[in-house]
Every structure is written in C-alpha cells, then in structure tokens.
Design a binder for this molecule. Structure first.
Ligand code: ZN
Length: 414
C-alpha cells in the first residue's frame, strides 16, 4: 500500500480516450495508486474502506501532459554563474506550480539535468513525472549555440555542438551518458537565436538520420527536433524523428511525411498566440516573431485538418510556466473540438512520451494521475488554464493538490 484507496463519485468523466463524456461516473483507485474502475455509477464495484470524494458539479480528467517545456528557464533565470542551489529551488517551484496547474507529466526539451527527473521519481520534489533531454544537439553557430564573437560561451550547460555524422553520434552517446531520456536536436534556426532564422537549416538530413539511428541503438530512445522552417521540418521528418517541435512551416508535403512516418507534431502555439511586447525584445526579434505568428496559425490549422498526430507542448520557460493548459484553447481556435484538444493534452502526449501503458487516460489498470476541475472544459476550455479551477491533482493516487476537500471541510462547523 502506497496510498489510501479512493473512490470518486458523481463526476463528469472525460477519460482522455476521446470517448464522449460520461455524467455521474464513479472512479475507484486502489492502495497502489492504480485505477480499478472508471465508468457508470450503477456498474461500479464496492470499495470498502476507501476515502470517498463527492465530485458533484466537477469534471474528472486524466492528468495533462506537456510534451515541451524548459523548467530551467523562466522570468528569474539565473546566469550559469549564479548559485546552483538557488537555481534548483527556482526550478522546483516552477515544477510544483506546473503540477498544481494540472500537468502531471512533462518532457523537458533542453536545459534541465536528469537529476530533476530522478528527484521526482524518488519523491524528493513534487513535480510532473519528467522526461529530460538534457543538452540540445546542434551545429556550430546554429540555434542553440549562443557563443559570442569573442568565443565566450554561456550555453555549454544546455548545448552540445555537432558538425558531422560522427560527432552527432558521439553527442547522442554523451547526452545519454548524462542521463537523457529523449534526444533533442535542432533541425532549424529559431526566433530568438542570435545567429540564424527559422528558415535556416541546422543539422542536415544525414546527421539527423545518424542521431535517430544512434538513439534507437540505446533502448529505442526517441528524437525530438526543434524544427520551424519548412526545409528543416522536411529534413527532420525524412531523417526519422519521433516529433517535430514548433512546426510553424508545416506544409501539405510535411503533413504527408508525418502521417506516413507516424511522427508527432508539437506545435507550441503559446509562442504564436502570446501577445508580443516590443519593449521586451529587440526590434529584429519582434519583427521575426510577428511575421511568423500568422503563418503558424494557418500551417498548424492545416496539420490539424490533415489528421497529423499532435501532442500538447507549450515551450513553457519561453512562454509562461503554469499556464500550460492555455495551449488547449489555442488548438481549439485552430480547428480541434474541445474533446480532441483534451485527448491531445493527455493520451497523445502519453503516446509520444512512451508512457501510455501507465498514464494518459482514466481507465482501469492505469496509474491514477488525475485532475478534478470545477469547470466543464467542453463549455469553456480556456477556463481550464486558470490554476484556481484545478481543484485536485493526483499522481499514482497520491494527492498533490486539493482545494476541494479543504473547502468542504471548512463548511463543517468545528
Ligand atoms: Zn523549446
């Protein structure tokens, strides 16, 4: 027994599979944190001794999965020379807020060391379940190389440079030695990078193929490609990556390739929908971002309409932390139904992360990573993004946040 058995009653259940919502559902969880039943109240088995939660008026969902975050980055990001303990506590605080916003699993695509994932696993910190990429692999002078003209690099803690197929393979071996769960590469330049643009290519198709093959040789590790412009997106897909991150320049051809390969798109729409503040960036950066935002909406809408597999990712760290579920409303604005957006943020993310055997839906046999909200997200998906509407969060049956029972308790006269 790792936690108390629990029984949730009278909830509107949206189970993450894409099935229609089920009113007056019962969900039972055993002492090992596993879901033993999720379905209509009238068919629910007894659960003697379980703590009972009355979820009348609430919606019960799987915990959400953000497939693209950077917990190391944030408004209070320290320079690498800053105190490491201070950085660690700042990261832990971002993770806890993200968990409390309903995200029970996340994939950190650059910057975070594997120690944070291990700390979460053993319960040292309350955080989403974590997959980490550690250092990002890219070309000299590419998107993730912020080395200045004087040769001074402030980015070696989140970047590893590779300029041919062999050094790309060595880079994969190096980051796996450092504990990476997933390999992150740059296939294009970027919005904020000093030396290049989204339409510039980074790793070549042959180098990407070498990375994908090297990752495969190590227990089938997956490769995620930062890919914004069309040329690099096509290189990444032809090279066999598991996911295109951002994908702003998706075309019909790119959709065809993604569909043929079973590759995912993680569109990080927060970066295209967040209003831009010219006071907070250089003029060149502002111009670049504005120009790309419109194209992004059209191209991601195309990918949605073509049925490309999409997982929710926010680029939190570049976009704000703990507002992750805003991404769902952006997906709806570009053509998804609310139910499709919820599946994108749950089951699809679990599939991309390779954890769908354990989490991602509310079904018997899976771990009870659950979210309870006081809104009906099918009526108002944007409201889900406000952390105060996330009333309970559980991971494997253990309560991580509960403002619901606390409110109920306060009604009981003492
Ligand atoms: Zn990113």
């Amino acid at each position: 027994m790792t936690c108390a058995a629990r029984r949730f009653e009278h909830a509107l259940l949206i189970d993450g599979t894409g099935r229609a919502p089920l009113p007056d559902a019962t969900v039972t969880v055993d002492g090992d944190g596993r879901i033993t039943y999720a379905g209509p109240a009238e068919l629910a088995p007894e659960s003697p001794g379980a703590a009972v939660f009355d979820l009348q008026g609430m919606t019960l969902l799987p915990g959400f999965i953000d497939a693209h975050v950077h917990f190391l980055f944030g408004p209070k990001t320290n320079s690498p020379a800053a105190d490491q303990a201070l950085t660690a506590f700042q990261v832990a605080e971002r993770m806890r807020r993200t968990l409390h916003a309903g995200v029970t699993a996340a994939r950190d695509l650059g910057g975070l060391s594997a120690g944070y994932a291990r700390a979460q696993e053993v319960g040292l910190i309350e955080a989403p379940r974590l997959l980490t990429a550690g250092r990002i692999i890219g070309h000299t002078g590419g998107h993730c190389d912020a080395t200045g003209p004087d040769g001074h690099s402030a980015t070696s803690h989140f970047t590893i440079l590779a300029d041919d197929e062999l050094s790309a393979r060595v880079a994969v071996r190096t980051i796996l030695r450092e504990g990476a769960d997933v390999v992150k590469i740059c296939a294009t330049g970027g919005m904020g990078s000093p030396h290049d643009d989204p339409d510039d290519e980074d790793l070549s198709e042959a180098e990407i193929r070498a990375v994908v093959d090297e990752a495969r040789r190590h227990r089938g590790k997956k490769v995620a490609a930062h890919a914004q412009g069309t040329a690099g997106i096509l290189n990444a897909l032809r090279g066999g990556v598991a996911s295109v991150e951002h994908g702003y320049g998706m075309t019909e051809e790119a959709c065809d390739l993604a569909l043929a390969n079973g590759a995912f798109l993680v569109p990080t729409l927060a970066t295209a929908f967040n209003p831009l503040d010219p006071a907070k960036m250089t003029a060149a950066h502002f111009e670049k971002k504005s120009r790309w935002a419109d194209n992004t909406r059209q191209n991601i809408a195309l990918a949605i309409s073509r049925g490309v597999s999409i997982a929710m990712g926010t680029d939190a760290g570049v976009s704000p932390h703990a507002l992750n579920l805003m991404e769902l409303s952006y997906l709806v604005q570009l053509g998804m139904t609310e139910l499709q957006a919820i599946t994108t943020g749950t089951l699809s993310g679990a599939r991309l992360l390779g954890i769908d055997n354990a989490v991602g839906t509310v079904e018997a046999g899976k771990l009870a990573d659950l979210v309870v909200t006081d809104v009906n997200p099918l009526d108002d998906i944007a409201a889900l993004a406000r952390p105060e509407h996330i009333r309970m969060v559980l991971q494997a049956g253990s309560i991580r946040k509960d403002t619901l029972s606390a409110a109920t308790r306060s009604l009981i006269p003492s």
